[in-house]
Ligand binder design. Structure first.
Ligand SMILES: NC(=O)c1ccc[n+]([C@@H]2O[C@H](COP(=O)([O-])OP(=O)(O)OC[C@H]3O[C@@H](n4cnc5c(N)ncnc54)[C@H](OP(=O)(O)O)[C@@H]3O)[C@@H](O)[C@H]2O)c1
Length: 231
């Protein structure tokens, strides 16, 4: 990450996109926050920049239409729309994505039931994106398991690791390196087929978070090495 790195976050007006925009901007990454409605994007970006004024060194978030956000991104474009808008959004930006990396963080949850997934025929949203975009555009699945609530509370440490996967190992490593600027551990978890596991884990985290049987909410997934695990 350099001070000139600009990433795009599409669907950036939602809780997940806003949280990611805040975290990346706080880390000094410039963010083009995309929306289907550029005026909404500008309003949200203004609010987020106000929150960031407490953090010296934070970059600016610029609100714009989704397509202009893709154009502004140096390399990395994050897709943070609901699964219902996944394929349509990708179709609308496909030609602008050439030479860039699409980071897919969409979780295909069952409509009306966030405790379970409804995976597409391709196996996962990440694989569906790769199929739709074709081999020239590199797709990396990542950032599925981190809660919007935590991301938006900048005073909190991000309480999870980031699991990333994709069929291009170099692109996946680039995304892993980028997200480490958020102060998290991040891992290249192999090919895009592993997105079936990573995306699906989110439904388990959501199930626990909304369960009254456990004493927590907004939990995350973490990889514990044997010598660091709690007794
Ligand atoms: N929320 C979480 O804690 C969380 C955690 C991990 C992963 N995720 C994943 O991150 C993604 C975004 O989550 P979210 O909670 O921020 O979602 P959201 O609020 O439902 O949607 C995010 C944004 O997507 C745009 N959008 C809505 N419907 C759309 C459609 N049919 N087509 C295109 N764009 C549409 C909207 O922006 P505009 O109207 O401004 O275009 C909306 O503000 C989801 O795929 C979710 O599975 C969320």
């Amino acid at each position: 990450v350099t001070s000139t790195t600009t990433i795009a976050i599409l669907g950036g007006t939602g809780p997940q996109g806003q949280g990611l925009a805040l975290r990346f901007a706080k880390a000094g990454v410039r963010v083009a926050l995309g929306s289907r409605d550029s005026e909404r994007a500008v309003l949200v970006a203004t609010e987020l920049n106000e929150k960031l004024s407490a953090y010296p060194g934070a970059s600016q978030i610029v609100g714009t239409g989704n397509l202009d956000a893709v154009a502004a991104a140096e390399k990395v474009v994050m897709l943070a729309v609901p699964y219902a808008g996944h394929d349509e959004t990708l179709g609308s930006i496909k030609s602008a994505l050439k030479g860039k990396i699409l980071v897919d963080l969409v979780v295909p949850l069952q409509p009306g039931n966030p405790r379970a997934v409804a995976m597409p025929d391709e196996g996962s949203a990440t694989e569906a994106a790769q199929g739709l975009l074709g081999p020239e555009i590199k797709v990396v699945g990542a950032l599925h398991n981190v809660s919007a609530h935590v991301l938006n509370h900048l005073e909190q440490t991000i309480n999870c690791d980031i699991l990333a996967c994709g069929d291009d190992p170099v692109a996946t490593d680039e995304v892993v390196d980028l997200v480490k600027c958020l102060g998290v551990a991040a891992y290249n978890c192999g090919p895009a087929t592993n997105a079936r596991c990573i995306e699906a884990l989110t439904a388990i985290v959501i199930r626990l978070n909304i369960s009254k049987k456990v004493p927590f909410t907004h939990a995350g997934i973490r990889i514990w090495a044997p010598d660091t695990a709690p007794a």
